[in-house]
Write a protein that binds this ligand. Structure first.
Ligand code: SF4
Length: 311
């Protein structure tokens, strides 16, 4: 981080600024408290649950949507037993997302116990760990962490990374060790004004991740958190950036641009509308350079006959 450069992308994400005093936003923009089963278990979607196993983080991003609870000195462990009871009792949950704070901030032995407990639940097929620690404090990832990940694998690791300058040799060493432990790696990035709201910056980030075996998964529109307004980028600009990226990047390097609708209505993709219209069976579709072609859309629309489950 360049401490004397106010435009340093790392500094802007980490150091408080007077702009945070602007009006707007809320402490819980996604309304997580109202849909929480326990104070550490969030259930927004059918089939999956978010388990907040740590209240500490290595970064304390200024735009964090859980500022209300991260780094506030409370112990999520008090609510683990009731959370495990719910998770083991609801057999519709197929995926558990470990989050926080940062799951790698808890003692490795405790992480091991949590993963062991989840692996006893036959219905929980997939475990995802959302983390920023391997990027912002890579030296805290220990040999013990990777031994544990290997024991409970395959695990999905979602790396929060926002700028190509966050790709350091130490981070890349962690990526290699995750892969060695059999983890599947994807990334999520938050679109931030004056930090990464540029197709060239994002192209560099996403291509570097792909070349190291990390699939860019989501580019998130900023949640409307109190004190984060100065980081906001207009949706239309985000869509333009994604369109420019699509013209340059391989599909592997393209994340899904998405917005989590304020108030807790859920996450939806936002994208440029390449289908420009139709006349009868002619569908007019724009290509990456702005030229419009015609696709003869005379295919079948009826229900498939395979599974018999569709309504
Ligand atoms: S890494 Fe995630 S949980 Fe931690 S402060 Fe940043 S946004 Fe919040």
């Amino acid at each position: 981080m360049e401490t004397d450069n106010p435009f340093c992308p790392i500094r802007q994400q980490a150091v408080p600024s007077a702009e945070e005093l602007q009006d707007g936003g809320s402490d819980d923009p996604l309304n997580e408290q109202d849909i929480s089963i326990t104070p550490v278990l969030i259930r927004r979607y059918e089939g999956r649950a978010v388990f907040l196993i740590s209240s500490e983080c290595a970064m304390y991003c200024r735009f964090c949507n859980r500022k209300r609870m991260v780094g506030r000195g409370w112990d999520p462990g008090e609510f683990f037993e009731e959370s495990f009871r719910y998770l083991s009792g609801d057999t519709t949950i197929r995926e558990v997302i470990l989050s926080g704070g940062d799951p790698f901030m808890i003692p490795p032995g405790l992480l091991d116990k949590i993963l062991s407990r989840l692996r006893t639940m036959q219905h929980v097929k997939t475990i995802r760990i959302s983390t920023r620690l391997p990027v912002v404090d890579p030296g805290r990832m220990t040999r013990e962490h990777f031994t544990i990940l290997k024991r409970h694998g395959p695990l999905w690791i979602v790396i929060h990374i926002n700028h190509p300058r966050e790709i350091t040799p130490e981070f890349l060493e962690n990526v290699r060790r995750f892969r060695g432990a059999g983890s599947v790696m994807v990334s999520q990035t938050v679109l931030l004004r004056n930090v990464n709201d540029c197709e060239n910056i994002l192209l560099k980030l996403f291509e570097a991740l792909v070349s190291e075996g990390v699939k860019p998964y989501y580019l998130f529109q900023l949640d409307e958190v109190r004190g984060g307004r100065h980081f906001k980028v207009r949706l239309e600009k985000g869509i333009r950036i994604m369109k420019a990226l699509r013209a340059k990047a391989s599909g592997l390097a393209m994340p899904q641009y998405a917005v989590d609708i304020t108030g807790g209505l859920g996450k939806v993709p936002v994208d440029y509308a390449y289908l420009k219209g139709r006349k009868g069976k002619k569908a007019y579709i724009e290509n990456m350079s702005g030229a419009t072609g015609i696709y003869t859309d005379d295919g079948d629309e009826s229900r498939c006959k395979q599974c018999g489950l569709c309504k």
